[in-house]
Every structure is written in structure tokens, then in C-alpha cells.
Design a protein around this ligand. Structure first.
Ligand SMILES: NC(=O)c1ccc[n+]([C@@H]2O[C@H](COP(=O)([O-])OP(=O)(O)OC[C@H]3O[C@@H](n4cnc5c(N)ncnc54)[C@H](O)[C@@H]3O)[C@@H](O)[C@H]2O)c1
Length: 331
């Protein structure tokens, strides 16, 4: 069977947040597999500005784009003049990843403006040229609702980040109710890990953080008692979902996870299989809010998105472990 995405020659693909973790992986995917497509990255990149929690205000990093041959547009999605740079470029596809991705940020005004309001403006740009909009939503929309998490149920976010992502989804639901022909696909990523996440610092996945602790300190620290479960999804599956979205026959919102909840202790076991023995210290969780169990219900994805996760936690860590070792060596 021939797919549309087999032939993206000459198509214009915009990736917002393309200097970040997931966006840069998408940029390189298209560069490698669709060399005749025109790939554009739009990102604010990192400045030395930090949130009161000490984390950088934007996590994009030039190192994620070394070797990228497409066009890089530097701008802030909150700035109308910067968005105007995108107005008349007639993109065919927009993969919107730019956001405040740090779930511990407390500045609700900035989160709402960056994640929700700027998205509405990008939707207008997409509409102007009938571009397909594929955007990053999040499992944060489910808060601590019981797993498995089903799109349309238990959407009770517990932080401003999750709320801003739910606002994106609700806006899309309204638009699609009025105009079912609009081409918009929301992807609710669960806990993504893999290549190019290092520059997220303390907000990188637990797989990277525990891997680095194990290599450097021969000891990892976990919230008591390591049995909290998350749906960890490998970056290659997230890229697969974005690419499959190009072909999705209907617009809609989909969970993007592995479909299986795994515990932090499971991560430790996988890491030990590659790194040998190390100590595990359990300590009290300081966060008043923490998702204790997430698991993506992906039962509709195969039919509507042709998305089938290919990586278990064991498979993903096996592919990723050499990069974790190299990072530990370098930094
Ligand atoms: N990584 C995960 O586990 C995960 C889970 C659920 C949802 N998501 C969502 O996926 C998307 C990508 O996440 P990521 O992990 O790659 O995060 P990331 O922080 O690495 O990437 C986000 C990018 O957006 C850019 N950016 C931030 N504010 C901007 C602004 N105002 N204008 C222009 N660019 C701006 C940053 O510089 C960065 O390059 C985000 O929308 C995030 O909320 C990620």
C-alpha cells in the first residue's frame, strides 16, 4: 500500500518547538526519510532566563539541531510579530510542539498564554492555507484519574500545565464540532524518553535521570517506594504517531503511549540489566501533586491512526542505553 507520507516531496513542514526534544527528533525524521520535503523549525531557543523553580524558561538547544539542513526561524509563539513570519509561508503540515513543557512551573498566566492562546493563533495560520495541524497534548490532562486513561473521560488536570493542554483539546473539540472537515490531530503524549532529551535538565525523563545517577553515583534516588506507575513511551513511537497522523482519515484526539503502565522500580531493573548492580534509596515525595498511575488506552489508535507502539520499556532502554552512557561520560 502506498501512503501519502511516502511522497512528501516539495511539501512544506513546520515544526514549532523544533529545537526541543520531540521537535528535533521530528525534524531529523523528515530530513532523513523525506529529503525532498522542505522542513522548517520555529523555536525561541534557550536564553539565560529562568523560572522561579530554577529551570530554564525555554528548553530548546542548538545542539539538538546540529546537522539539520532545513530552515530555522527564531521566534516566540507569544509574539505576534514572530508569528507573522509564519503567516504566508503556506505550510502543508504543522507539527506544533512548542510549549512550556515543564509541569512544575507555577506562572499560570504565562502557561495559558504560551500553551493555549498561541495555539489558537497557530490554528488560524493552519486554517488559512488548509494545513494539517498535528499538535502535542499531554497525559497531564488526566491528572490523577484512574488508569487506564481514555480520551473523553477523567479529564481532570491537577496542574496549570495539564489544564492548558486540556484547553487546547477543548478548543479543538469545539472547532471540529462546528467544522468536521478541519484537519486537526491532537496527540496526548504520555511520558516520553529517548534521544535529545538531555537539554531538558531536571524535566528530562526518569529513564535518563535514573540512568545518569546509576552510572555516576552507583546509586539512584526514588520516591517511596518506587511502585508509582507511568506509561513510558519511547521517542520512536512518538515520531511514528506524528507521521501516521498525516494519514489519519478523521480528525481527533489520541493517546500516545506504550499502552502499558510500568513502575519506577521496573526502570531500575531494566537499567541494572545493562549497568550492573547499584543502590536504590527511597525518600518521601515532596510534591503535593504527582501522577501515581497513568496508562494510555490506545484501543482506537490502530483503527484511526494506524499507530501500534513498537517499543516496550525494555526495548526502549536497550536502544537508549549507549546514549545515556555517552552523556554520563561527557557531562
Ligand atoms: N516529553 C514528554 O514526556 C511530553 C509529554 C506530554 C506532552 N509533551 C508535549 O510535547 C511537546 C514537546 O515536548 P518536549 O518534551 O520536546 O519539550 P521541550 O521543552 O524539549 O520542547 C519544547 C520546545 O518549545 C520551545 N518553546 C518554548 N516556549 C516557546 C515559545 N514561547 N516560543 C517558541 N518556542 C518555544 C522550547 O525552546 C523547546 O525547544 C510540548 O508541547 C510538551 O508539552 C511532552
Amino acid at each position: 500500500m502506498k501512503y501519502i507520507y511516502d511522497d512528501l516531496a516539495g511539501k512544506k513542514i513546520l515544526i514549532t518547538g523544533g529545537a526541543g526534544f520531540i521537535g528535533s527528533n521530528l525534524a531529523f525524521y523528515f530530513q532523513k526519510h523525506h529529503p525532498l520535503a522542505k522542513v522548517y523549525v520555529f523555536d525561541k531557543f534557550r536564553s539565560d532566563e529562568r523560572f522561579p523553580n530554577g529551570h530554564f524558561k525555554s528548553l530548546g538547544h542548538f545542539q539538538n539541531l546540529i546537522g539539520f539542513k532545513g530552515e530555522i526561524i527564531i521566534g516566540d509563539i507569544n509574539n505576534p510579530q514572530d508569528l507573522a513570519l509564519l503567516e504566508n509561508r503556506e505550510f502543508d503540515y504543522i507539527f506544533h510542539q512548542a510549549a512550556i513543557s515543564d509541569t512544575t512551573v507555577l506562572d499560570q498566566e504565562l502557561i495559558m498564554k504560551t500553551n493555549h492562546i498561541a495555539f489558537l493563533k497557530l490554528l488560524k495560520i493552519a486554517q488559512k492555507h488548509n494545513a494539517l495541524m498535528v499538535y502535542a497534548s499531554s497525559a497531564g490532562t488526566y491528572g490523577n484519574s484512574p488508569a487506564p486513561n481514555v480520551v473523553g473521560a477523567g479529564e481532570v488536570p491537577e496542574n496549570a500545565y495539564g489544564f492548558s493542554k486540556l484547553c487546547m483539546d477543548e478548543s479543538v473539540r469545539k472547532i471540529l464540532a462546528e467544522d468536521p472537515q478541519r484537519r486537526i490531530i491532537g496527540l496526548r503524549y504520555f511520558n516520553v524518553y529517548g534521544h535529545n532529551e538531555f537539554h531538558k535538565g531536571q524535566t528530562a525523563s526518569m529513564i535518563l535521570q535514573l540512568g545518569l545517577q546509576a552510572i555516576k553515583n552507583k546509586k539512584v534516588r526514588l520516591f517511596k517506594h518506587g511502585e508509582q506507575k507511568r506509561d513510558f513511551v519511547y521517542i520512536k513511537d512518538v515520531i511514528q504517531a506524528n507521521v501516521k497522523a498525516i494519514e489519519a482519515p478523521v480528525s481527533g484526539i489520541y493517546n500516545i503511549g506504550s499502552g502499558n503502565a510500568r513502575s519506577f522500580n521496573d526502570i531500575v531493573s531494566c537499567l541494572k540489566a545493562h549497568l550492573g548492580e547499584f543502590e536504590v534509596e527511597y525518600f518521601d515525595n515532596p510534591y503535593s501533586f504527582f501522577q501515581n498511575h497513568t496508562e494510555a488506552d490506545i484501543s482506537l489508535n490502530e483503527e484511526y491512526l494506524s499507530y501500534i507502539p513498537r517499543f516496550t520499556l525494555e526495548d526502549g532502554i536497550k536502544q537508549y542505553i549507549d546514549e545515556i552512557k555517552a552523556i554520563a561520560e561527557k557531562y
